[in-house]
Design a protein around this ligand. Structure first.
Ligand code: BJW
Ligand code: ZN
Length: 248
């Protein structure tokens, strides 16, 4: 287990900040057994995102796309949050104004008890009707691709390439990044926009930006402080430090 060192400016920000935000990515769930997208064992190494994660792909081969999402739902349904998710849920209790923004669709932050989660890329367990817009969490369909009661086609309620992110969620996330004094970017490669732009928004407006990631990412250059290791090992140490600072 890697023991992290705390720089003075980080200690000061941990102790004195009231507005704190965190952006998470697939790396936070990796220790729970959810595959990441990029890197050696990433989903996009084995599957072509353009054949599975675009509306065009869904339109031309809905069966293939649904099978892929059903396969991933089955993995995700069985897994549990890890110490990184629990640390972030605890952090929400320690700051007056804490915003958790995630690119993850797996709902593990919710399972860990985070009170409010801004899901930028949707939720893999939710279905949405293309015709009436109705959402539900039905699983185990009789026919694939499944249909809504209204007769419209159902799709997984996630954000595919080329699609807009949920406007209100993105707006709130931008605002939280803009207003934050301390901003964490955790377990994300920083390759996908607009999410990857949030640490830059925070930095530009004076926040101390801290990266927690297994290795340097595409947005490391924006970060003031970098901890390269497992988020499930690093985040609990940060939470313990906040508690320690509160007592001193
Ligand atoms: C650990 C760890 C451990 C491992 N501890 N760390 C500007 C310029 C150019 C292009 C664009 C642009 N703005 C928008 C675009 C287009 C596109 C985009 O960004 N393309 C890039 C290739 C540049 N963006 C979009 O299309 C977005 N929509 C949009 O912008 O709408 C407006 C628009 C429309 C049309 C044209 C232009 C603009 C939508 C993006 C949707 C992304 N969807 C996915 C799939 C979701 C559904 C599903 O799950 O199937 O979202 S793709 C995938 O990537 C998923 C993720 O949320 C997302 C980010 O991945 P993440 O989380 O960073 O995972 P990884 O695997 O990349 O990284 C994991 C990291 O963890 C690694 O760094 C590891 O080291 C680390 N790690 N274990 C700590 N234990
Ligand atoms: Zn419908």
């Amino acid at each position: 287990m890697q023991t992290i060192e705390f720089e003075d400016r980080f200690l000061e920000a941990l102790k004195n900040s009231t507005r704190v935000a965190a952006l998470t990515g697939a790396g936070v769930s990796a220790e729970s057994g959810v595959p990441t997208f990029r890197g050696e064992d990433g989903l996009w190494k084995k599957h072509n995102p353009m054949e599975l994660a675009t509306f065009e792909a869904f339109n031309s081969n809905p069966k293939l796309v649904w099978e892929w999402y059903d396969f991933r739902r089955n993995i995700i349904r069985k897994i549990k949050p890890n110490p990184g998710h629990f640390a972030l849920a605890e952090m929400a209790k320690l700051y007056e104004n804490f915003t958790l923004i995630t690119q993850n669709v797996d709902r593990l932050h919710m399972a860990a008890g985070s009170p409010e989660i801004h899901e930028l890329h949707g939720n893999i367990h939710r279905n949405r009707c293309l015709d009436c817009g109705k959402m539900d969490y039905t699983e185990g369909f009789d026919e694939i691709p499944p249909k809504c009661a209204c007769g419209g086609r159902l799709r997984p309620d996630v954000v595919w390439f080329g699609e807009m992110l949920p406007a209100e969620t993105l707006e709130k996330s931008m605002l939280a990044a803009h207003n934050s004094e301390l901003f964490f970017t955790i377990g994300t490669s920083g390759a996908i926009y607009p999410a990857a732009g949030l640490p830059g928004v925070a930095k530009k407006n004076g926040a101390l930006v801290v990266e927690v990631n297994l290795e340097p990412s595409e947005i490391s250059h924006v970060c003031d402080i970098k901890y390269h290791g497992k988020s499930g090992e690093i985040l609990p140490q940060i939470v313990n430090k906040i508690k320690e600072l509160r007592q001193s």
